[in-house]
Write a protein of this length. Structure first.
Length: 133
């Protein structure tokens, strides 16, 4: 690994750990919010799984760039974009976690609209990345 990429490599590794922690918490909260295998749980769980696949696809792409190349400004800029995307996905996962906590704390069995909106935003973010790649 080029010495110049070590900063990016550490960022990607840290984001992967953060994502894992957030995802674990979100899945715990989904189970609390939708007990006994409710249909909503399956739907939201499926969306989180899709998000995971895409997050790690981006992270792997960034790591491949780091491992396969000598330092160049063009690669560094591409890495910055990948890292921004990873940070955005982690941010959406964080928002989802917060929304689930609020919903569960309020005993809100009614509307899942906010959760739906956050999942949709995560999907739109992921779709925009797919369009870019």
């Amino acid at each position: 690994t080029s010495q110049n990429y070590s900063y990016y490599k550490k960022q990607v590794e840290d984001l992967k750990k953060t994502y894992e922690t957030k995802e674990e918490k979100v899945l715990e909260l989904l189970e609390k919010k939708f007990p006994n295998g409710q249909m909503s749980y399956g739907r939201f769980r499926g969306e989180v799984d899709v998000c995971r696949v895409n997050f790690f696809k981006e992270a792997d792409a960034a790591e491949n760039m780091i491992n396969l190349s000598e330092y160049s400004e063009k690669i560094a800029n591409a890495l910055k974009e990948k890292i921004d995307t990873l940070q955005s996905i982690v941010g959406k996962m964080n928002d989802l976690q917060s929304e689930l906590i609020i919903s569960i704390s309020n005993g809100d069995d009614g509307s899942d609209e906010e959760i739906d909106n956050l999942i949709r935003e995560m999907n739109e973010l992921i779709d925009s990345v797919k369009d870019y790649d």
